[in-house]
Design a protein around this ligand. Structure first.
Ligand SMILES: Cc1cc2nc3c(=O)[nH]c(=O)nc-3n(C[C@H](O)[C@H](O)[C@H](O)COP(=O)(O)OP(=O)(O)OC[C@H]3O[C@@H](n4cnc5c(N)ncnc54)[C@H](O)[C@@H]3O)c2cc1C
Length: 67
């Protein structure tokens, strides 16, 4: 599984998907994920692109709030 190397670092589902919330936040604070490797529904290009934009904005938001 492509996400095996993340075992123990972030929460993965039984299918190996990285569990993310609506902002792409993983179970590890400040660690974001996007696209097919996540629990985001519908494995399509346009969805992965939107997820990437969301996760990058959420990472920016996290940085300005914590630094
Ligand atoms: C045969 C096929 C046909 C498809 N047709 C369509 C279609 O017509 N329309 C559509 O919208 N979607 C289609 N899809 C789905 C679409 O390809 C995906 O939804 C999209 O590519 C997901 O983008 P992503 O960036 O999340 O992942 P990916 O495009 O899979 O990118 C992940 C990248 O990460 C790299 N990677 C993996 N592990 C590591 C690592 N440990 N370190 C560094 N890099 C790593 C991989 O090599 C890969 O380049 C198709 C998929 C397949 C398999």
């Amino acid at each position: 599984m492509m996400t095996d190397w993340l075992k123990g670092a972030v929460e993965l589902t039984s299918h190996g998907e990285i569990a993310v919330d609506a902002k792409g936040q993983t179970s590890a604070s400040g660690v974001f994920a996007a696209g097919d490797a996540t629990t985001s529904p519908f494995k399509q290009i346009v969805i992965a692109m939107g997820d990437g934009a969301t996760a990058s904005l959420a990472a920016f938001e996290h940085l300005i709030r914590t630094s």
